[in-house]
Design a protein around this ligand. Structure first.
Ligand SMILES: Cc1ncc(COP(=O)(O)O)c(C=O)c1O
Length: 421
């Protein structure tokens, strides 16, 4: 946790950063308003609202994101206030007002109502609240995508074994089928016994963006509920759940929204409020709608729940459409650069409508483990992927990255392809 003095010290670095390239350039001042067509100077301003050192090329958003400075400051402020006086008044203020403000902003970010939002620990918990909370029994089927995260795949299998329903897995296609292909893939698996379809909005294993609205509509028209895992979409894409109309949608604050760790959301469409039961029953319920029953988790980290507000306000101040355009622009630049390199096999579909900012590729015949280690020395942070499914590297840039970092990442891959690792 940073003290005010730490912030002052870090902020002081901003002035000397030009003298010490690579040193921290941290600036806690409010951002200038987002230009209509923001260029690199604006995105460098955004970068300076993160504690990431300038020389650290952080391309691992799909795994975990750094918290933005406003959310770190809020965490610090809230926690100090709490610990200085853990009185019922301060608790009530942070817990009741702070938590409900966070809920309101989550609803705003998703274009739904606060009555439909549960503040969870993370996407994993949200997915499991759904698979544990529905009345599913023998004869019922749940269609899942085999590419889903374990919390939306293994969790369904485990609960099927316990409650007696059946899980039907839709295999990951060998090549990108596109929007119509994906809708086809899932609708073919629907039967009169299907009760729910569980998908992933943006795949962390391929980068594919699924046509979530179309799949949810196809399900709805057959009386089938839908669960969309938005771990890789919330905070990167400008979401509109009122248009998508899933029954359930899940996400994590510590990924693309750059918020406090171990905070997440579960959206429950009001149409299915009477179909889901709580798995955890306690006290200190949320104040409105479905949070009254699904969010009774007892004592929580109220300081951190309240800091969700500041992370979301920071993204809203930049503008969610601008953030989506930027992450897509970075993803496209990365793929353009990588495509030009000999022997690079791009696993992610570069078609702009089919992917966003998760880029997975095989760097020729280079040993990926050794390459990952070499990139760490180059101060590039990414994920290495073993196994048979899209092996290689995953780069996931976000709105704190600059174009020179994209160039540097492509340059590093080019260097190692030419000389080996
Ligand atoms: C698609 C998807 N769902 C769920 C998760 C789990 O997220 P969390 O650990 O925040 O619950 C991940 C993590 O990478 C993911 O990629």
């Amino acid at each position: 946790m940073l003290s005010r003095r730490d912030f002052a010290r870090l902020t002081a670095f901003a002035g000397t950063a030009a003298l010490f390239p690579g040193r921290l350039e941290v600036d806690a001042a409010p951002l200038p308003s987002t230009p209509a067509d923001p260029g690199e100077p604006f995105w460098r301003e955004v970068r300076s609202r993160f504690l990431l050192p300038r020389d650290l090329n952080f391309l691992n958003a799909a795994n975990l994101c750094p918290a933005s400075l406003p959310s770190i400051e809020a965490l610090d402020r809230n926690l100090r206030r709490y610990e200085a006086s853990p009185s019922p008044e301060v608790r009530a203020d942070l817990m009741a007002k702070g938590r409900e403000k966070s809920r309101g902003l989550l609803a705003e970010a998703l274009r739904v109502t606060p009555e439909e939002i549960v503040i969870t620990r993370n996407t994993t918990e949200g997915n499991n609240v759904v698979s544990s909370g529905l009345d599913l029994k023998s004869g019922d089927e749940v269609v899942v995508w085999s590419d889903n995260h374990p919390s939306n795949l293994n969790a369904w299998r485990l609960k099927a074994a316990r409650f007696g329903f059946t899980v039907v897995s839709v295999p990951t296609p060998p090549s990108h089928p596109g929007a119509d292909g994906y809708v086809d893939l899932f609708t073919k698996a629907f039967t009169p016994r299907t009760r729910l379809v569980a998908i992933t909005h943006v795949s962390s294993n391929s980068g594919d963006v699924l046509p979530a609205a179309e799949i949810c509509a196809a399900a709805r028209s057959r009386g089938i509920m839908s669960l969309v895992d938005g771990a890789q979409a919330f905070g990167a894409l400008d979401l509109d759940l009122a248009a998508m109309k899933p029954d359930f949608y899940t996400g994590s604050m510590h990924k693309w929204p750059c918020g406090p760790k171990e905070k997440g959301l579960l959206y429950v469409n009001r149409a299915v409020h009477d179909r889901i039961h709580p798995s955890v029953v306690g006290v200190y319920a949320g104040a409105v709608g479905i949070s009254r029953t699904l969010e009774t988790h007892g004592q929580r980290d109220d300081a951190s729940v309240a800091a969700v507000t500041d992370a979301l306000e920071f993204q809203a101040s930049i503008g969610r459409p601008a953030i989506e355009r930027r992450v897509r622009e970075l993803g496209q630049a990365l793929m353009e650069g990588l495509k030009k390199l000999p022997d690079v096999k791009l696993w992610t579909d570069p078609t702009p409508s089919r992917s966003a900012a998760i880029v997975i590729f095989q760097p020729g015949s280079l040993d990926v483990r050794k390459l990952g280690a070499a990139l760490t020395v180059d101060r590039i942070v990414c994920t290495t992927r073993g196994g048979d499914h899209n092996p290689g590297l995953r780069f996931a840039p976000h709105f704190y990255n600059t174009m020179d970092e994209i160039d540097a990442a492509v340059g590093a891959i080019k260097k190692y392809l030419a000389r080996g690792v």
